[in-house]
Design a protein. Structure first.
Length: 249
């Protein structure tokens, strides 16, 4: 069942989203060669605590960290660790913020130091794919229109879209309906309605779209060892179109 949110609920989620966006703004300054994702995770948890919020995924299905920190060929759900980031790495920091019971979810990929031209293109295409998916999220469209907008653009740029991990509805819990695949056919799937709140979070690979799971049961990585990137926003569907609740600009 898809739960439509009231204007008040959306405003509360927007407050959580604004706090989450402020964390990513701080991470822009923090992420550089020599920093560890363990330090990033501790920073995020402390920052949220100072602002009266908590990291919602900590404790979710026994997950132990405030963030997911995925490096290079890790597609998603990488564990924070104490090894330093290197010049040229890509790191994706994903988090869910709980502010007074309202949730917001956003992931962002960062180039560490000086990245290659190919890595930079991957980052740019993945971010653009997110915003193309958001542009398709208007009342009356269908979920398939979002996935088609993302997939057709990404594949046209020579990259691939991960299938195994998708966007999702969000509200008082992390995962709700509808499911939001980042691939698909236009005109297919549930119709978008005012009051829907969900994430769009394309994961884009340089090589094959398929993933494999690490032995920790959480971390997914590319099957061919090539780089992956991800950008994610939480959005609300309004009568005037999509509103980004986690916008950083």
């Amino acid at each position: 069942m898809i739960v439509l949110k009231s204007a008040r609920e959306i405003e509360n989620m927007k407050a959580a989203g604004e706090l989450l966006a402020s964390v990513h703004k701080e991470l822009r300054k923090l992420i550089k060669p020599g920093v560890t994702t363990w330090e990033i995770d501790q920073f995020v948890e402390d920052y949220l605590k100072k602002h009266g919020a908590t990291p919602q995924q900590k404790g979710y299905r026994n997950y132990q960290y405030a963030t997911c920190a995925s490096i290079n060929d890790e597609v998603c759900h990488g564990f924070p660790r104490k090894e330093a980031l290197n010049d040229g790495d890509i790191v994706t920091i994903d988090m869910v913020v709980n502010l007074n019971g309202a949730l917001a979810d956003s992931a962002w990929s960062y180039g560490v130091g000086n990245v290659s031209d190919q890595s930079q293109k991957l980052l740019e295409v993945t971010k653009e794919a997110l915003y193309r998916g958001i542009a398709a999220s208007v009342p009356g469209n269908r979920v398939g229109d979002i996935g088609h907008a993302i997939q057709s653009y990404v594949e046209g740029e020579g990259f691939s879209v991960v299938r195994e991990f998708i966007g999702h509805g969000i509200g008082s819990v992390i995962h709700e309906k509808p499911d939001i695949p980042h691939y698909g056919l236009p005109g297919k799937g549930p119709r978008l309605k005012e009051g829907m709140v969900f994430t769009i979070e394309p994961m884009v690979n340089i090589g094959e779209w398929k993933t494999k799971m690490d032995s920790n049961g959480w971390t997914a990585r590319t099957v061919d060892g090539k780089l992956s990137a991800q950008y994610e926003h939480t959005i609300a569907i309004t009568k005037d179109g999509p509103v980004i609740l986690t916008e950083q600009d």
